[in-house]
Design a protein around this ligand. Structure first.
Ligand code: ZN
Length: 150
């Protein structure tokens, strides 16, 4: 956690993005780390957790963080929460809370509120375009015999 917090400071000071850092550990070794890099990568998804998950998965040559522990300097936002669930580490430790983040201008509460709204009531409208061919890839996946299930 000390390393994750240190990354939150150095990344911010280097102008990479907001004050957020993340470290992923397996068997006592750091296998991935990152700081928020939204500004220098011009990537709204480059949160510290996503940067660290990508690095750790490259290190492991795996799409899963089996047996890993994730240390993040702040309670994850909804996007990172989803990424963490897809990556499946064993545990997550965080330092600052989402209330602490909101107090310095990083308020993600509105995203949680959007989840409960009907599509047509969201700030960004979600509209279904159900072309008949949309289901073809799904049917092919369901029937694919050599697929890697994850
Ligand atoms: Zn995030």
């Amino acid at each position: 956690m000390e390393k994750a917090i240190a990354l939150s400071k150095t990344g911010m000071e280097a102008g990479k993005g907001g004050p957020f850092g993340c470290v992923i550990v397996k068997d006592g070794e750091i296998i991935g780390e990152g700081s928020n890099s939204v500004l220098d990568q011009l990537d709204p998804t480059a949160h510290a957790e996503v940067v660290a998950i990508r690095a750790a998965c490259r290190h492991l040559q795996s799409f899963q963080l089996e047996g890993c522990t994730l240390y993040t300097s702040c309670e994850p936002c909804p996007m990172c929460l989803g990424a963490i669930y897809w990556a499946r580490p064993e545990a997550v430790y965080y330092a600052n809370t989402k209330a602490d983040a909101a107090a310095i201008g990083f308020d993600d509460q509105f995203i949680y509120e959007e989840l409960d709204k009907p599509h047509e009531g969201r700030k960004i409208p979600f509209k279904r375009l159900a072309l008949p061919q949309a289901g073809e890839a799904f049917r092919a996946w369901a029937e694919k015999e050599d697929k890697k299930v994850y």
